[in-house]
Design a protein around this ligand. Structure first.
Ligand code: CA
Length: 225
């Protein structure tokens, strides 16, 4: 399997790389959260092994950003503490499983195989908000029963907003989730796509769903302001 291993400590990173490689996996290493996000956005991985103690962006924030950006790759978290509160926080941030340091290599290998075997995390197939329904299987949308025709980018943008309905999605997160972290996006590109999306989703309806939060980003809000 293709694995992304995120760990800053050189010794631990090497131990993980060696053990997982010997177990037949192809390992890509990242030593900080930003590198991990960039790699996850540009390459395919079957699973991510994510240490929670990282300099800068910690593992919890990395997991949150991955999920907000629509990444469904299973995540196995490495945590130094086994306090229930820490574990709950980790899984709530987007982790699929965790293992406490120090751990036996065999146990880690077994967990990685198990997490990856489950495949991309399950999500509801139809997302809905305020009469708008988005089928993530067929990538089609309807509002009040009427079909909404979307281009690929419009779909990705709408899916990201729908998955975060009721929450503001920052511009950077949207750009990263829709276009990928490696891509430079022209300043008005996002505005243009939001405009297009509004004409398709909100035009002709009494209540607008897509709202601009000035200086921050965009959100889908069901209740009219
Ligand atoms: Ca670490």
């Amino acid at each position: 399997m293709q694995l992304l291993v995120v760990e800053d400590e050189p010794q631990m990173a090497e131990l993980l790389r060696q053990g997982l490689t010997e177990d037949g996996h192809v390992v890509t290493a990242a030593h900080n959260g930003l590198d991990a996000l960039a790699l996850a956005a540009s390459e395919h991985f079957d699973a991510i092994v994510l240490d929670l103690m990282l300099p800068g962006l910690d593992g919890l924030e990395v997991a949150r950003r991955l999920r907000t950006a629509g990444c469904l790759t299973p995540i196995l978290m490495l945590t130094a503490r086994d306090r229930v509160a820490d574990i709950v926080t980790g899984l709530d941030s987007g982790g699929d499983d965790y293992i406490t340091k120090p751990f036996a290599l065999d146990e880690l290998l077994a967990r990685v195989r198990a997490v990856a075997r489950r495949g991309p995390i399950a999500r509801p197939v139809v997302l809905s908000a305020g009469g708008l329904a988005l089928d993530t299987g067929s990538r089609t949308a309807t509002r009040a029963g009427r079909a909404v025709s979307l281009t690929r980018t419009e779909y990705l943008l709408l899916e990201l907003l729908m998955r975060n309905a009721g929450r503001v999605v920052p511009r950077d997160t949207i750009v990263a989730g829709v276009w990928g972290y490696d891509n430079e996006v022209e300043p008005n590109t996002l505005e243009a796509f939001v405009y297009l999306l509004r004409t398709k989703v909100d035009h002709g309806h009494a209540h607008r769903l897509i709202h601009t939060v000035r200086g921050v980003g965009y959100m889908i809000r069901e209740v009219p302001a």
